[in-house]
Design a protein around this ligand. Sequence first.
Ligand code: NAD
Length: 252
Amino acid sequence: MRSNIVLITGASRGLGKNAALHLARHGHDLILTYHSGQAEAEALVGELQALGRQAVALPLNVADSASFDAFAEAVRAALSETWQRDSFDALVNNAGIGVHAAFAETSEAQFDQLVNIQLKGPFFLTQTLLPLLADHGRILNVSTGLARFALPGYAAYAAMKGGIEVLTRYLAKELGGRGIRVNVIAPGAIETDFGGGAVRDNAQLNAAIAGQTALGRVGLPDDIGGAIAMLLAEESGWINAQRIEVSGGMFV
Ligand code: NAD
């Protein structure tokens, strides 16, 4: 059976990197994109190759939609050179940033940055890459538990993620005819660099969030990487148009 090729945005660190490692252990090959972390992404390519998988790393700024056509050309070239194929099998729209600001103090610049990275970027990147996504492929968007649970200070961030959740349902409907299934994963609080590493580094915040989960702890990257691998697996082939929260039972 041929390998599945999964393209993950923002894969130089955090959840994207972790998902790449899980997917490699499940036998997938990877196209990683990095924004600022070229050295980290190239080191990850080495780790994936050591696991016996093929992988490439390509630069991408998801806030720069004018660059998407050139990025698609780079993906096309990588598919041809590395896999002798003209399509890949799954897209994970993972890249994102955390911006904390009270609603009354959120600036237009902060809003624009969030909308460009977390809503406009995934919308047009997915549109641009669609001709390269195989029929019966998969799209997995990354949202947040905060799209459902209103935590003061995240109005703009959560609004963009809410948008990606709605977009998920529309893409599932419009792409279902090609056999492409589209889901969105909503992580709870996870220990990564996200938001300046606050969940990982601020013990008080960490304990407060842990106390809000049924399992009594915050998440680790493995908790999400494993769930992403599960959702992209063939065994999940009937899971479609769904929001899957992976939070240890947060705010139940
Ligand atoms: P992280 O900060 O460790 O990693 C974010 C990744 O996105 C990095 O690789 C970064 O280079 C990339 N990125 C940022 N701006 C970019 C841009 N303009 N173009 C391309 N790439 C860009 O954070 P993470 O925790 O790994 O977050 C990954 C995703 O998970 C994000 O979409 C985030 O909103 C979501 N999420 C995270 C948490 C959490 O607690 N960590 C919770 C819910 C959802």
